[in-house]
Ligand binder design. Structure first.
Ligand code: CU
Length: 203
């Protein structure tokens, strides 16, 4: 189980990679601009110099941004494929969105509403659909955001590596009860999960 790369890591790496470059360029370009404005101001350069092509400079400023943009794409692609490729042996939970709550069905047909209980360190696959309008499952902690559409089966997966509670919510405005369409993913130990999932429904 330890050789699975958590997509959360890949998404975050891609995010910091892109925002890192954005900040570097923001400051670099601003500094150069300020320097040029002062250094080449009109009072010091009455007659502007006539600069023509510079092969080296042009090659560099075409090649370098192309390389940087492509590397951003690669980091994003790795995060995307990480989110889409479900590892073998994932625990599958059926998810049905309805106005206005989330229903979850476990392999043994145990059913919960607005709460998922999952074992720690186990990949979890959510098979998502909607019973009516379009909803969207958003789990910030696991970098998941997938639309639930009536008549279409979609999916998402995540790897909970820590026990605890993580919020999810509907993030597609679906009607008057939209704001109540939220819940909690409870990550528990494997033993606790087994005991919970095999317990008769108390409702
Ligand atoms: Cu909704």
């Amino acid at each position: 189980m330890n050789n699975i790369v958590n997509p959360v890591t890949l998404v975050d790496q891609s995010f910091y990679y892109i925002i890192g470059f954005s900040f570097v360029f923001l400051f670099a370009i601003t500094l150069v601009m300020i320097f040029f404005v002062i250094r080449y101001r009109r009072s010091k350069n009455k007659i502007p110099s006539d600069i023509r092509g510079n092969l080296l400079l042009e090659t560099v400023w075409i090649a370098l941004p192309t390389f940087i943009a492509l590397s951003m794409f690669v980091s994003g692609w790795r995060a995307y494929t990480g989110l889409r490729n479900v590892p073998e042996g994932a625990l599958e939970i059926r998810v049905e969105a309805q106005s206005f709550s989330w229903l979850f069905y476990y392999p043994n047909e145990k059913e919960t509403e607005n709460e998922i209980v999952v074992p720690v360190n186990t990949p979890i696959k959510l098979n998502i659909t909607s019973l009516d309008v379009i909803h969207s499952l958003y789990v910030p902690a696991f970098r998941i955001k997938v639309d639930a559409v009536n008549g279409i089966q979609t999916y998402a997966w995540f790897l909970p590596e820590k026990e605890g509670e993580f919020n999810f919510q509907c993030t597609e405005y679906c009607g008057t009860g939209h704001s109540e369409m939220n819940g909690v993913i409870r990550v528990v130990s494997k033993e606790e999960y087994e005991e919970w999932v095999n317990k008769e429904d108390e409702w």
